[in-house]
Design a protein. Structure first.
Length: 321
């Protein structure tokens, strides 16, 4: 019985894809997204890459395709609405067109949501309800409750990066003041650095340095760099306390490039979580880094397709798995 699903992680720069079977990731590929050539050209190259992957995997045919896309997704049609990192797909009926190009049922979900579903299905949160934070250029989020993604009627469920960290604080990319993303993302840290330098603070880090440079400096004991990671950690601790209060989850998975700097943020995050969360024991909350890393979103996209194709078929697959 066919139980292989195609997962596609559509990024602004690269597109990653993989065939996900009962044993996990069976084959993977990647190609440059090249947004300048437009969506039709991307779909052609995607279809060719999928053919190549299926041949490599011994001629299998996936049962359906899941696409992880940045930005807000209009459900249930799977249209990508305004995404700052993916302007070429703005308003594009991605699920429909990808389904046509691949000859498969195709489903689209937000990339951080797919990340969470990937970790829940195959990774650090296997079989457990989980909140996922992807710490990268921004802060993505995904919430799995009762084994399902929480998106809600507005579609904005799980946008944990846009919960409040600092009332009246720095302006986030979304335009609101004080979001978690304005502190615990690469963009947030770079902004914090620029503001500290403008106030005359001293640091070994050059102006305009990347978040990894800042992490290295903090690791070597640079006081300012260390302080900025404390601010990022404090923002995360507040978000974790909120997650515990509104969903009661005891597992938080951190992904994205900046999650490698988690040890620099952990003490402040843990202290803030303990201060903010009194209704349950904060020590019951596990905070771990991703197991699947770069594969999480595409594996979650495959799991999403399988869930959506769902119904009796989904249950059958569930019994098998
Ligand atoms: Zn925001």
């Amino acid at each position: 019985l066919q139980d292989t699903w195609l997962g596609i992680d559509l990024g602004g720069t690269n597109t990653k894809l993989g065939l996900v079977g009962p044993e996990g990731l069976a084959a993977r590929g990647r190609f440059a997204t090249r947004q300048d050539r437009g969506p039709a050209d991307w779909l052609e190259r995607l279809a060719a890459e999928v053919d190549r992957l299926c041949q490599k995997a011994g001629g299998c045919r996936p049962a359906g395709a899941g696409l992880a896309s940045p930005g807000v997704i209009q459900r249930p049609r799977g249209v990508v609405l305004t995404s700052p990192n993916l302007p070429a797909m703005d308003g594009f009926p991605l699920a429909e067109e990808a389904g046509r190009a691949l000859g498969l049922a195709a489903f689209v979900e937000n990339d951080a949501n797919c990340y969470a579903l990937g970790e829940h299905t195959y990774g650090a949160g296997r079989g457990r309800d989980v909140a996922c934070f992807t710490l990268g250029t921004g802060v993505g989020g995904g919430l799995i409750v009762g084994g399902r993604l929480v998106v809600g009627a507005l579609g904005s469920g799980g946008e944990l990066g846009h919960t409040l960290a600092e009332p009246g604080g720095r302006t986030c990319g979304c335009g609101a003041p004080g979001c978690v993303e304005a502190y615990a993302s690469a963009t947030g840290l770079k902004g914090l650095l620029a503001e500290a330098l403008a106030r005359g603070r001293q640091t070994v880090v050059a102006p305009g340095a990347e978040a990894d440079d800042l992490a290295r400096a903090a690791g070597r004991g640079d006081p300012l760099a260390g302080e900025l990671f404390l601010l990022a950690g404090r923002a995360l601790g507040r978000a974790f306390a909120n997650v515990a209060a509104f969903a009661g989850l005891d597992l938080i998975v951190l992904g994205g490039g900046l999650s490698q700097a988690w040890p620099l943020m952990e003490p402040a995050a843990r202290a803030e979580l303990a201060d903010r969360l009194r209704i349950v024991d904060p020590a019951l909350i596990s905070i771990v880094t991703s197991e699947l890393g770069d594969d999480a979103a595409l594996m979650g996209a495959a799991a999403f397709a399988r869930q959506q194709a769902g119904g009796a078929k989904g249950e059958l697959h569930g019994q098998q798995g």
